[in-house]
Design a protein around this ligand. Structure first.
Ligand code: NAP
Length: 212
């Protein structure tokens, strides 16, 4: 009898990453460890759905910052799928493409912030989405899980019912760091050292992002 092939486990780290910071990196590393993932692909959003904020750097710049931040980790990769796709970056399109590339033998875990995850049922083609992936929702300490109860997506929910997302919640203390705070600090000439990797801080400074 041939030995059953182990299904590989792929983390897909979705976010705007405007900019990427240590909170994101700790989240991905923790997901890799807790969920026994083989690798994590960071997926900077091209045009995030529902966002028109002028503070959002061009996709190519957020991609470069993400590459700089993840370069030293052999288990982290960065994808250009969303930044090259025209129009809003719907997660369903990304997961369908990954499913096509890697095949059904790869199990997908979509990792992102809890605020985004709790709205997944409003996302485009939600029913197909929950068939394609499990979700890992990263929270800041002290984050209330009350609203997840309303969605019936708390971790104690076993298995996956049609149309019902499988969501696991991870509390990440390093998510006290936020992209919003980093942009504010840059504008106010306050330090961002130790909040983002050194190369990211240098690239932000050299490019003059968020200065005007
Ligand atoms: P967001 O609203 O900018 O972020 C929500 C919260 O989650 C923020 O506190 C954010 O902190 C945090 N966060 C974002 N990404 C994270 C990550 N990977 N790990 C840990 N914390 C994270 O979220 P968004 O960037 O717009 O959306 C997140 C993902 O969901 C993206 O991949 C986006 O494409 C997807 N999404 C899809 C749809 C759809 O398909 N219709 C709709 C909405 C979102 P920071 O600001 O510090 O990152």
């Amino acid at each position: 009898m041939p030995e059953e092939k182990k299904r590989s486990r792929l983390g897909v780290m979705g976010g705007t990453f405007n900019p990427i910071h240590y909170g994101h990196l700790v989240t991905a590393e923790e997901a890799l460890f807790q969920f026994n993932l083989d690798k994590v692909i960071f997926m900077p959003a091209g045009v995030p759905p529902h966002k028109t904020d002028k503070e959002i750097l061009p996709p190519e710049e957020r991609y470069i910052l993400t590459v700089i931040a993840t370069a030293s980790n052999p288990d982290f990769f960065v994808s250009r799928l969303e930044i090259e796709r025209k129009g809003p970056s719907y997660t369903i399109d990304t997961l369908l493409e990954l499913h096509e590339i890697f095949g059904p033998e790869v199990k997908l875990f979509f990792i992102t912030g809890a605020d985004a995850v709790w709205e997944i049922l409003t996302w485009r083609n939600a029913e197909k989405l929950v068939e394609l992936t499990e979700f890992i929702a990263a929270t800041r300490p002290g984050y209330s899980l009350e609203k997840f109860k309303k969605l019936h997506v708390l971790p104690e929910d076993k298995g996956r019912v049609k149309g019902k997302p499988k969501v696991s919640i991870m509390e990440i203390p390093a998510l006290a760091i936020s992209s919003t705070d980093i942009r504010r600090r840059v504008r106010e000439n306050r330090p961002i050292r130790y909040l983002v990797p050194e190369g990211v801080a240098s690239y932000i400074e050299k490019s003059g992002f968020w200065k005007d």
